[in-house]
Design a protein around this ligand. Structure first.
Ligand SMILES: [Fe+2]
Length: 142
């Protein structure tokens, strides 16, 4: 039974605020893949940390590139909320390195961006086939 003193939206909030701090990103060549992302997004690669090569995203989250050579790499999806004024630069960098971008996650609309949620977005593969997404507005969930 809901507490009548409770704020109407309080029951929808998580009980604990948890922030993603880091995650490992599998790569055949951690230097190549970390550099690719850093160049496209305009980020820097950090100092190696054991087997990990970190790319700090600037919001407290680190992608730790980790080499996996014993089995095929399963493609994952990583989505980045990017500043609107940086979006065109990122698209230009993809074009400069010859990487096709797409408007959709299934990669059926090459060379196009999307305009979801009042922003702009695009998808592209990283060197290991991870499906990367850049967007200027977060998804609006119902
Ligand atoms: Fe996505």
């Amino acid at each position: 039974m809901p507490n009548e003193q409770q704020h109407p939206n309080e029951s929808e909030l998580p009980e604990t605020a948890v922030q993603l701090n880091h995650t490992a990103v599998y790569a055949r060549d951690r230097q190549l893949s970390a550099e690719f992302l850093a160049v496209i997004l305009g980020l820097k690669i950090g100092a190696p940390f054991g087997p990990f090569l970190p790319v700090d995203l600037g919001n407290g989250v680190t992608l730790d590139y980790y080499e996996k050579r014993d089995a095929p790499i399963q493609s994952q999806h990583y989505a980045f909320l990017v500043p609107d004024e940086q979006f065109d630069h990122m698209i230009a960098r993809l074009e400069a390195v010859g990487v096709t971008y797409y408007a959709d996650p299934s990669h059926t609309e090459p060379g196009h961006i999307n305009r979801l949620f009042g922003g702009r977005g695009a998808y592209f593969d990283d060197p290991d086939g991870h499906n990367m997404e850049i967007m200027t507005r977060p998804y609006v969930r119902p």
